[in-house]
Design a protein around this ligand. Structure first.
Ligand code: NAP
Length: 226
């Protein structure tokens, strides 16, 4: 079976991508060490954990050393931001959001490029609607996702033997979304948001696209009719 590494697989969208890729791929499940990650690895046949903090670059390098060939890399791990305006966003928040959402993805890609080239692999970047449009209060998160799109575009141009897909979902019903709605002071209504299963299906479909096609970008907006 081909092998796929999914970052941020401990919950939310990443866990759903893992469940849906599991019948066709041996999985490496990324996330900081946790019982959720261990439990998912025992539930899914052929899955093991990749238990590292993606911003601990020595740890990431050590964890990638044993990976010689990799068919699929899904960059899904990410953090939200506080929704403060630029005037009130401290430098530490800019650094944290850009580091997890962008710099760590670039470094993991760099470390795994030999393995991806070996397999003629597919790299999927889970971007966001915020990676196409920056609304008030979203500057650090949107900047990280605009940057992630640039990383994906440059990688696609530099590595013609790989396929590189950016996925831009609108708001998804996950823990990250619950935190954002709480910060906004609104009532949480899951029907307003994309289901993790819908977004995961689109990603799995992109990965399963036959080799004659390169799915470069996928944009999914919630209809509010979930
Ligand atoms: P989530 O429920 O908060 O899960 C985030 C995942 O990222 C967790 O598995 C977490 O793992 C992992 N992670 C965070 N920091 C990490 C670090 N330093 N090292 C390793 N792993 C780390 O988020 P989600 O809503 O499923 O979001 C998944 C992706 O979709 C993100 O890239 C997000 O930006 C994007 N997205 C989300 C929405 C939305 O509305 N929710 C919309 C569009 C795009 P641990 O905490 O267990 O380590």
């Amino acid at each position: 079976m081909p092998t796929a590494l999914i970052t941020g697989a401990s919950r939310g969208l990443g866990a759903e991508i893992a469940r849906r890729l599991s019948p066709t791929h041996d999985l490496l499940l990324g996330g900081r060490p946790s019982s959720e990650l261990d439990t998912l690895a025992t539930e899914l046949d052929g899955a093991s954990t990749f238990p590292v903090d993606l911003t601990d670059y020595d740890e990431v390098e050590a964890a990638t050393e044993a990976i010689n060939a990799l068919d699929v890399l899904v960059h899904n791990a990410g953090v939200g931001s506080s929704l403060e305006g630029v005037a009130d966003t401290p430098v530490e928040e800019w650094q944290h959001v850009l580091e997890v959402n962008l710099v760590a993805a670039a470094e993991l890609t760099r470390l795994l490029l030999p393995a991806l080239r070996e397999a003629g692999g597919h790299v999927v970047f889970v971007n966001s609607g915020a990676g196409r449009r920056a609304n008030p209060g979203w500057a650090p998160y949107a900047a990280s996702k605009f940057g992630l799109r640039a990383l994906a575009d440059a990688l696609r141009a530099e590595e013609p033997t790989l396929r590189v897909t950016s996925v831009f979902p609108g708001r998804i019903d996950t823990e990250m979304q619950r935190d954002l709605v709480a910060i906004e002071g609104n009532e949480y209504d899951p029907s307003q948001f994309l289901k993790t299963s819908t977004v995961a299906n689109a990603i799995v479909h992109a990965i399963a696209t036959p080799a004659d096609a390169h799915p470069e970008e996928i944009v999914l907006r919630p209809t509010g009719r979930g």
